[in-house]
Structures are given as structure tokens and as C-alpha cells.
Design a protein around this ligand. Structure first.
Ligand code: BDR
Ligand code: CA
Length: 311
């Protein structure tokens, strides 16, 4: 039996690369396309970095298309302080052999959705601009989407302001549109991704795989853990984005709660905060799932197994 068809919409970014590799190597999902968005670094870098991630891992048959270079209404804010100037600080980057698909992200997503006999899951690991544009411009495609699973937000505190997580903060208007769309939605927020810590033991375990992909990944993790230590005092950097893939590839790895999620657009101090009404005190209709816990040990096993299946 083949896995759930997925599109990954991403802004690589160190942890986005591991999300791509987990999706490419895990039998629970079938990676059909990659779309990129301006986020951690500008679009010209994220589009190239996605192609590099696939090139390194020997994945030649998955199309990569570029999407939005800025949020729906705001100026783009980037995160070079975590990911470096080119978005993949650390290793020397090879010239990608995976081409950039001439279609826009929306065009590629629509083509994949229409060609698939089963509904497709969209896993978004950056600002959710491209998904919002798809739902805004091609709403008839919504019924072909099985679920949107997004790394972003938090049921608790933020990482770029006290209450806003980076992906939510960059494009909260896009998040609002997606939450309002009625498409099944799961938020994989910092409350759970901060348990996916790249400890020394995790690094050793992944490096021991001994492949080209694992070696490149180890150089990424070295840089990522250093910047997370410098910026957040977290030497075991949280590898956020692959947790969203794990939630799709093996749903037994996460627990979720049905809840109401709203995003703050206008707060003077809290723009981008995801207000997650776990206790239902607002009395509003639930509109999402929030990932709550991760089976950390099995998550890293799945990651190691997936990387081991790549080049
Ligand atoms: C999110 O922001 C980015 O820096 C990471 O790639 C991840 O998607 C974590 O807040
Ligand atoms: Ca990301």
C-alpha cells in the first residue's frame, strides 16, 4: 500500500530540509511536489534550497515550484539569525541538479490535486502564504485537499515575540484565511516541536547513518544548534518542521486536540499570536486540531530510518 499523497510547502531553512527528507523517505507518505515561499530567507534562496535538499538526497522526480515572495499584505520578515544568509548555513552547498519547475506554486498544487485519485494532504512548514493564495484563487480545489498540516503557531508562547511564533507572525493574514476556509487543519506548534530537540545523542545517531545525506544533515545541525544556542539559549535546537510531516506519515507519533484557533492580526504586542482555546472558554465552534504531544523516541527513529532510505 502506498502512502498518503502530500505536497510540502516550505521555506528551507535547516529544519525544512529534514521535513523534506522525512517525507521522501517515510513509507507513510508519498511526496508529490514541493512548493516554496519567502520566509526564513527570501524566495530566491528558499526555492534553490529546496532543490539542493532534494539533490543531496538523490530525489530527482519530485517537481519544485516557487510561490509567493512576500506575505499577503505585510512586508517579508526573514530569519537569517537562525538559518544564515543563504538559509542553509553550515555546509558548502552543491549546485542543484533538480530543476525549478516553470509553474507557479499555485499551478503546481492544482495540477497535483487534480491528478491525484486520493485527496492530497498539504504540509506547510513556513509562512502559509502559498496555501492561502491557493484557497483564495482556486477555492474549487479545497475539496481535493484531505488536510492541511502546518508547522507554526503555539498553544503557549512564541519565539519571535513573547506570544508569536515565526511562521504565524510573518503572515498572520494568510493563516486567518486558511483557518476560515473550512479545510481540515492541524497546527503543529512550538508547544510540541520544542520537544523534538537535537541532542548530542540525536546528532550521533543520525551521523552514524554514514550516507551523503546524513553527512550534509549533520553539518546543517551543527550550524542550527549553534544559532539556536546563541539566539534562544537552546544548544539542542528544536527541529520544528519534520514534526508536521511525522504527524501525517505516522499519526500515532502525535496526540491532537480539537480546538478553536484564532490568530491575532492587530495586537500592538501580540500580532501573529495563535489564540488556542483549549478549554473552550470562548464558546466558539472548534475549527482546527492542535498537536499536543510527540513520541520523541519514535520520531527520531522514523527520521533516521527515512534518511537511511535516501542517498
Ligand atoms: C519555524 O520558523 C522557521 O525558522 C523554521 O523553519 C520553522 O518553520 C519555527 O518557528
Ligand atoms: Ca520552516
Amino acid at each position: 500500500m502506498s502512502g498518503i499523497p502530500v505536497i510540502i510547502d516550505c521555506d528551507p531553512g535547516h529544519d525544512d530540509v529534514f521535513a523534506l527528507w522525512l517525507a521522501a523517505g517515510h513509507p507513510g507518505v508519498e511526496l508529490q511536489a514541493v512548493t516554496t515561499v519567502g520566509g526564513n530567507v527570501p524566495l530566491r534562496h528558499t526555492a534553490r534550497n529546496a532543490r539542493i535538499a532534494l539533490t543531496v538526497a538523490g530525489i530527482q522526480d519530485v517537481p519544485v515550484a516557487a510561490g509567493a515572495d512576500r506575505p499577503l499584505v505585510r512586508e517579508l520578515q526573514t530569519a537569517e539569525w537562525i538559518h544564515g544568509e543563504n538559509g542553509l548555513g553550515g555546509p558548502s552547498l552543491p549546485e542543484p541538479t533538480v530543476p525549478l519547475d516553470p509553474r507557479t506554486a499555485t499551478e503546481l498544487m492544482v495540477d497535483v490535486l487534480q491528478a491525484s485519485s486520493d485527496p492530497v494532504t498539504i504540509i506547510a512548514t513556513g509562512p502559509i502564504t502559498n496555501v492561502a493564495i491557493l484557497l483564495r484563487d482556486r477555492p474549487e480545489q479545497a475539496r481535493r485537499i484531505r488536510e492541511i498540516v502546518w508547522m507554526g503557531g503555539s498553544t503557549e508562547r512564541g519565539n519571535v515575540t513573547p506570544y508569536a511564533e515565526f511562521n504565524a507572525w510573518v503572515d498572520p493574514e494568510a493563516l486567518r484565511l486558511v483557518l476560515d476556509s473550512g479545510v481540515p487543519f492541524t497546527m503543529v506548534g512550538l508547544n510540541v516541536t520544542h520537544t523534538a530537540l537535537v541532542t548530542a545523542a540525536v546528532r550521533e545517531r543520525l551521523a552514524a547513518i554514514g550516507t551523503a545525506t546524513a553527512g550534509f544533515g549533520d553539518e546543517l545541525l551543527e550550524f542550527f544548534c549553534r544559532t539556536n544556542d546563541e539566539v534562544f539559549g537552546l544548544p539542542d535546537g528544536p527541529l520544528h518542521d519534520p514534526v508536521a510531516v511525522a504527524a501525517v506519515a505516522d499519526p500515532s507519533l502525535v496526540t491532537r486536540r480539537r480546538t478553536r484557533i484564532d490568530v491575532e492580526l492587530t495586537g500592538t504586542e501580540t500580532a501573529g499570536a495563535t489564540s488556542t482555546d483549549l478549554d473552550g472558554v470562548l464558546g466558539r465552534e472548534p475549527n482546527a486540531w492542535a498537536a499536543m504531544t510527540l513520541d520523541v523516541e519514535r520520531f527520531w527513529s522514523a527520521m533516521g530510518d527515512a534518511i537511511g532510505r535516501l542517498r
